[in-house]
Design a protein around this ligand. Structure first.
Ligand SMILES: Cc1cc2nc3c(=O)[nH]c(=O)nc-3n(C[C@H](O)[C@H](O)[C@H](O)COP(=O)(O)O)c2cc1C
Length: 216
């Protein structure tokens, strides 16, 4: 697949087929993702691939903890967001809500869906060893970018799931991950459900002039 076309076409999927993703395809996906650059080639990322019944067990725990702790997907802002960011957030809601069943609570769909990895058969949990400072989160961001594009090229859908970082301790305990690993993000990976209306949602981008400054 043409890389530029893939970059343009890719969008997050929020409904997946139950069909498992074959292990050799997941291996290929990870092999492509780790071609990402990293500072001093440290490759600070670690992946835990959770599949089948384990994925379902993890989601049951996450949904339970989400309800108990009353956690909701949010922008992770330190202060009140300026209006133009709020507008972008609303833009996503506006493209998704028409493709959800009538009377669906959008926030509940996102919160529950995220904890369930939107039904994807595979969840990839990406961790960073706490020997590193937050500077290395940049490397994780880049590897996630590679991963979602590589998945698209392999005919797979993805959705990055930041919400799960709220359950860092629970995830580490249930997946037997060492205490010094920080859960940075999860990615739902599977075959896109082509019939699901939610997958017709196409997030839009603000015009370049809103985010680019030129100095010549
Ligand atoms: C760091 C990060 C965290 C995200 N966390 C979530 C999440 O918890 N739940 C969710 O449904 N989508 C999540 N997303 C997906 C974004 O909502 C999505 O990428 C954005 O709306 C742009 O849409 P697109 O991916 O379809 O282009 C996350 C994306 C990123 C990059």
């Amino acid at each position: 697949m043409d890389l530029l076309k893939g970059i343009e076409e890719r969008r997050s999927s929020r409904a997946f087929l139950e069909k498992p993703v074959e292990k050799h395809i997941l291996e290929k996906l990870l092999d492509l993702a780790v071609q990402a650059p990293s500072a001093i080639n440290l490759q600070p990322w670690e992946f835990t691939v959770v599949m089948g019944q384990e994925r379902k067990r993890l989601s049951r725990l996450l949904v339970k903890r989400m309800r108990e702790m009353n956690i909701s997907c949010g922008p992770g802002a330190k202060n009140r967001l300026p209006d133009y960011f709020v507008e972008r957030e609303r833009g996503l809601l506006n493209v998704m809500v028409p493709n959800l069943p009538e009377n669906t609570d959008f926030q509940d769909f996102i919160n529950h869906g995220s904890c369930d990895f939107y039904g994807a058969p595979t969840a990839i949990i990406i961790t960073l060893d706490d020997v590193f400072s937050t500077a290395r989160l940049t490397d994780i961001g880049i590897v996630v970018g590679y991963l979602v594009l590589a998945a698209h090229a392999l005919g797979l859908g993805t959705c990055p799931i930041g919400l799960i970082t709220a359950f860092d301790d629970d995830i580490k305990e249930t997946l037997s991950l060492p205490e010094q690993k920080q859960v940075v993000i999860g990615v739902a990976v599977g075959y896109i459900d082509p019939e699901a209306p939610v997958n017709r949602s196409r997030s839009v981008r603000v015009p370049l002039e809103d985010v680019v400054k030129w100095r010549e």
